[in-house]
Design a protein around this ligand. Structure first.
Ligand SMILES: Cc1cc2nc3c(=O)[nH]c(=O)nc-3n(C[C@H](O)[C@H](O)[C@H](O)COP(=O)(O)O)c2cc1C
Length: 220
């Protein structure tokens, strides 16, 4: 039997439509969430800083993308509820996530509204999905950012003895640290997609207005 293969569209294909780009964004986000080797696994999460001693400074840090669900339009992150970003998100529940794929020289900026899940069923589900090694970081007695006497003075002694999953660490029934755990569920409001390919660059922006989704090409 003869199969006629339609060639897959590649990113550099000039025929790509705005809809193709959105599909590709969710594909990359899904891959990033499920595979630590994929470039979208480690986005930068930017928040609006809160004024402390001086004026508010924009805050940004690397996080792990834990889940990406196109149908529900959700990106999920995990964090420590005592971290500074929680105070920032509580004050202003909008963030920007920046993803970068160096091989394709592709930047995706996602502006999202964030829902904080701490003491609820959604956080329980996320906690259950955490590996024992991930849970360890939430077991620190002191808040993230607090000054300590030496580098490992925050960790339980057994964490240092068995630094990676295995043995004692591999006990997923260990709920120690659950009280410090938070899931951040980000609902994208807009996407800004930029591809710096040669010979010509492309940029497109997309916005959700209610359930409606609109995209347009813009000057890179
Ligand atoms: C590779 C890598 C992955 C990280 N993943 C996370 C993460 O998933 N969640 C998180 O809260 N912090 C993560 N961090 C730590 C943050 O970058 C940051 O240092 C920490 O959350 C404190 O940030 P804050 O004080 O702004 O809240 C990660 C850091 C690195 C280097």
């Amino acid at each position: 039997m003869l199969f006629v293969m339609t060639p897959e569209l590649t990113l550099s294909d000039p025929e790509w439509t705005l809809a193709d780009i959105v599909t590709d964004c969710w594909r990359r986000l899904g891959n990033g969430a499920s595979d630590p080797r994929m470039p979208f696994h480690f986005p930068v999460l930017a928040t609006q800083g809160v004024a402390q001693m001086g004026p508010a400074i924009p805050a940004a840090r690397i996080v792990v993308l834990r889940d990406a669900n196109a149908a529900r339009r959700e990106l999920v992150l995990y964090t420590d509820r005592r971290a500074m970003k929680i105070a920032e998100i509580t004050a202003a529940p909008r963030v920007t996530l920046v993803f970068y794929d160096p091989a394709d020289r592709l930047q995706l900026r996602v502006v999202a509204h964030v829902r904080l899940h701490i003491d609820d069923a959604r956080a329980d589900v996320a906690w259950a999905a955490c590996s024992p090694a991930s849970r360890r970081v939430y077991q620190a007695q002191r808040c993230p950012g607090v000054t300590i006497d030496s580098a490992f003075a925050w960790a339980a002694p057994r964490s240092i003895e068995t630094p990676y999953p295995g043995g004692l660490e591999n006990d997923s029934s260990d709920n120690n640290g659950r009280e410090n755990f938070a899931a951040l569920v980000c609902s994208p409001m807009s996407l800004d997609w930029l591809e710096l390919s040669e010979p010509i660059h492309r940029r497109a922006v997309f916005q959700w207005v209610g359930d409606k989704f609109m995209g347009r090409w813009v000057v890179p």
